[in-house]
Design a binder for this molecule. Structure first.
Ligand SMILES: *[C@@H]1O[C@H](CO)[C@@H](O)[C@H](O)[C@H]1NC(C)=O
Ligand SMILES: *[C@@H]1O[C@H](CO)[C@@H](O)[C@H](O)[C@H]1NC(C)=O
Ligand SMILES: *[C@@H]1O[C@H](CO)[C@@H](O)[C@H](O)[C@H]1NC(C)=O
Ligand SMILES: *[C@@H]1O[C@H](CO)[C@@H](O)[C@H](O)[C@H]1NC(C)=O
Length: 422
């Protein structure tokens, strides 16, 4: 194993047999079909208006396009294509000081830069580029939290970089492992946090600093992670997401009693499968949100795909592509489909109940647009100039997290659009 100080970069356990393959052989076909149906009809988000309108303003490339467009009707901003964007990203790796080393692809020597020159173009409306000044004005006296795993941290760093054009945030808190952090934008009295909670529910994790687990994770399927619930009252906005950590070997507890496990061979416990745990976790999270008297605008972000090819993260998988996929060139991996379908189901259930209680719950459905960006990952450039000494060095690739700047910046354009236009 590659030794690494940031143990959480890879969401999978080091138990290789974790890799889910066999047991879903049957469901794969069904899921694949469901996936295709799902996308070709663009359902799943707040019902798309029957009368979709098409309007492109004449605004020059890279200039801000008015927000009025999507006010005329509900446009599905998650269905679209990546199109060339000659103006490129709104910040650079030099201008932003919060980019984690492992995602600072440019500084780490990634030779190509074509992946920076694309923008997401929804089929039926324009997606305006993030307006940092307007965003910060809207966030005056507000508090925003990102809750989840290292992809959430990746996401918050993108937001910080975008906002740094207007104001540099001051870091006001970090935990011992620098996984949870808080920043303050003084001029706007805006507080931005990232809370490390990869399972969202109570988990006892036995991983050393190198990400090697010394024992199975203990997951409490009937208790939320206090790390975020204790602070919930102070949030006005929250982006929350779960996902790949549920693939790991874990022992499942309910009422402090072992109920079973996932991939715990030789333990004489019932294999319950990660779906069992993820569904329970999602239900617990949504139930907490729906029943809370404190109103927060919640963005529930869907599962993020990885793009390992010719192997997995542990077996020499790489991601060498330099341009986005087009529609039809790639399908979501089966395990990601399982996660996402479960997320959509539980989200739908929660929003049905929540809408009666004036819960403001929104789906940030980034899965598919991210699926089309195999070119946006660090690959070997998660390390500083990995081939400086040896051109054919064997380097572990990261085909899960996103380069900054990179496609993940679009997630914030989508968030901005949803904040402004609902
Ligand atoms: C922010 O809070 C301060 C102090 O409570 C208040 O004076 C100010 O009007 C608030 N600004 C906005 C835009 O809500
Ligand atoms: C900052 O915002 C908080 C609410 O998030 C408010 O309680 C506080 O008074 C504000 N402070 C200032 C200096 O405006
Ligand atoms: C939880 O466990 C306690 C004892 O540890 C037991 O008294 C209680 O009935 C259990 N509750 C449920 C819902 O199973
Ligand atoms: C496995 O557990 C069952 C029921 O809890 C018990 O009857 C059986 O003896 C156990 N087998 C082993 C090998 O420990």
């Amino acid at each position: 194993m590659v030794k690494d100080t940031s143990s959480d970069w890879n969401p999978w356990s080091l138990h290789k047999h974790n890799h889910v393959v066999v047991k879903f052989a049957v469901s794969i076909l069904l899921m694949g079909l469901a996936f295709r149906l799902f996308f070709s009809h663009s359902i799943g988000f707040s019902p798309v208006a029957e009368t979709l309108f098409v309007e492109k303003t004449g605004a020059p490339e890279g200039q801000e396009i008015g927000y009025q467009i999507s006010q005329k009707g509900k446009c599905d901003i998650f269905t679209g294509d990546w199109i060339p964007n000659p103006s490129g990203p709104i910040y650079t790796s030099e201008s932003c000081h919060v980019i984690e080393d492992h995602q600072n692809c440019m500084r780490n020597g990634r030779p190509d830069s074509g992946y920076l020159y694309w923008r997401w173009n929804p089929r039926d409306c324009e997606l305006p580029q993030f307006n940092a000044e307007r965003f910060l004005e809207l966030m005056t006296n507000k508090s925003w939290a990102f809750v989840g795993d290292s992809i959430s941290r990746n996401h918050v760093q993108s937001l910080l970089c975008i906002l740094s054009k207007i104001e540099q945030a001051v870091e006001v808190y970090h935990d011992e492992e620098y996984k949870s952090k808080k920043w303050h934008f003084a001029s706007y009295n805006f507080t931005l946090s990232v809370i490390w909670s990869p399972f969202l529910i109570k988990a006892v994790i036995f991983e050393d600093i190198n990400g090697v687990s010394t024992s199975e994770i203990q997951l409490h399927l009937d208790e939320l992670d206090k790390k975020w619930t204790d602070q919930y009252q102070s949030f006005d906005y929250m982006v929350i997401s779960g996902g790949k950590w549920f693939f790991k070997t874990a022992i499942y507890y309910e009422n402090n009693t072992i109920m079973g496990c996932h991939y715990c061979h030789g333990k004489n416990l019932t294999e319950l499968g990660f779906e069992y745990a993820y569904r329970k976790a999602l239900q617990l999270v949504f139930n907490f949100i729906i029943t809370s008297s404190h109103k927060v605008l919640i963005f529930f972000r869907t599962a993020t795909p990885d793009h390992f090819e010719n192997g997995e993260w542990f077996s020499g998988g790489t991601c060498k592509r330099t341009v986005p996929y087009k529609e039809g060139e790639i399908e979501l991996k089966d395990v990601d489909t399982i996660l996402r379908n479960m997320e959509l189901e539980e989200f739908e259930k929660a929003s049905a109940v929540g809408s009666e209680k004036e819960v403001n719950l929104k789906l940030l459905d980034t899965t598919r647009l991210s699926l089309f960006r195999p070119d946006g990952h660090p690959g070997p450039y998660r390390q500083f100039h990995p081939f400086a000494k040896d051109k054919s060095a064997e380097v572990q690739n990261d085909c899960l997290h996103w380069c900054l700047p990179g496609p993940i910046d679009t997630w914030n354009d989508l968030v901005m659009e949803m904040v402004v236009n609902g």
